[in-house]
Ligand binder design. Structure first.
Ligand code: AMP
Ligand code: MG
Length: 317
């Protein structure tokens, strides 16, 4: 920070007031609010129960990319801010069977990520999990969820779509699928971007290699090194909408996978202890609300979807 702190705060507050007063931001926030509402309505209609978010815990997602991890020491233990509720949802679903959470995630991403227009360091994902369901069943649910939400937006947010000069297509099920390896072969290193740029409809990227993901996604029994997981890619260059998959639930496999990722059992002792009690298979996915809103509104920058956007690298209100 080159300017002094008082100047910085003055500038930021000025920016914040301008941002909140921007017509584009106000319309995008309305669309985001409706997206949350329609997704909740859809999931409740399918028998999913909303559980409250966990914000702080000794256990959170390791993620497959580095972020700064602020540790809070209290009550004789260490606590972290939630990066995703992956473990909590896997635990809660054992008794509740079908759940979702409007889950605030804190991921202190590197400053570079501010350039993508897709990254905030505080965002919300709808995190969904169901007991004894397969990846394919969850992909089917995700397709219905997206089709339902976009249909509702088109019916009820016509003024906003007009403001953004946005006409959204009616997507048809099933969405196209491509494996990670096929995509890499066809489009090269930047395959996610290329795939998204050339598509007019959402596309599933499936069968992701073990090294590219965290330890908790389930490996195929008959395809070692390949996971039973999936990403959904928004069309028109908007890139990743969602990630999900079937979960690893067998203790020896969990331990083996933790080691393969170079992580320690100590780091995941809470989860290991739980798995020792026995957990059943589950599957699920998470969809970023701000990215969904960005796609619907056709926005260049994700911060326009949020009243108090946290852009990586910057202290903001
Ligand atoms: P992940 O499990 O890491 O794929 O995160 C779940 C979903 O949350 C992603 O598919 C995105 O839609 C969204 N998401 C992840 N990271 C961010 C971020 N830094 N900013 C905004 N949305 C994000
Ligand atoms: Mg992802």
């Amino acid at each position: 920070m080159s300017m002094n702190i008082e100047e910085y705060v003055q500038n930021e507050i000025e920016y914040s007031l301008k941002h909140l007063g921007d017509e584009k931001v106000r319309h995008a926030i309305k669309v985001g609010s409706d997206i949350r509402g329609y997704i909740s309505e859809f999931l409740r209609g399918k028998g999913y129960i909303e559980i409250p978010p966990v914000i702080i815990s000794p256990l959170t997602d390791p993620l497959n990319h580095p972020v700064y991890d602020p540790k809070i020491s209290a009550y004789g233990g260490d606590l972290w801010l939630t990066k995703s509720m992956i473990f909590h949802k896997q635990i809660a679903v054992q008794s509740l069977k079908k759940i979702f959470i409007m889950s605030p995630n804190i991921r202190l991403e590197v400053e570079e990520k501010s350039k993508t227009g897709r990254h905030l360091y505080e965002f919300t994902q709808v995190d969904i999990e169901a007991l004894e369901k397969t990846r394919e069943e969850m992909m089917d649910l995700a397709e219905d969820l997206i089709i339902y939400t976009i249909k509702k937006i088109k019916e009820n947010d016509a003024d906003e779509l007009k403001f953004f000069k946005r006409s959204l297509p009616d997507f048809k099920k099933p969405f196209r699928k491509i494996t990670y390896m096929e995509a890499e072969k066809k489009y090269g290193k930047d395959f996610e971007r290329e795939l998204s740029m050339e598509s007019k409809e959402p596309v599933w990227l499936i069968d992701i290699p073990l090294e590219a993901r965290e330890f908790y996604d389930r490996e195929y029994d008959d395809k070692p090194g390949i996971l039973r997981d999936m990403d959904l890619i928004w069309p028109e260059g908007y890139q990743e909408a969602s990630s999900g998959g079937e979960r690893e639930y067998e203790l020896p496999r969990i331990i083996e996978r933790i080691h393969k990722k170079g992580q320690t059992e100590e780091q995941f002792k809470w989860f290991i202890e739980l798995a020792r009690h026995g957990i059943k298979m589950s599957a699920g996915f998470g969809i970023g609300i701000e990215r969904f809103t960005r796609y619907v509104c056709g926005l260049e920058r994700i911060e326009d979807t949020n009243p108090f956007p946290k852009v990586p690298g910057k202290v903001s209100l």
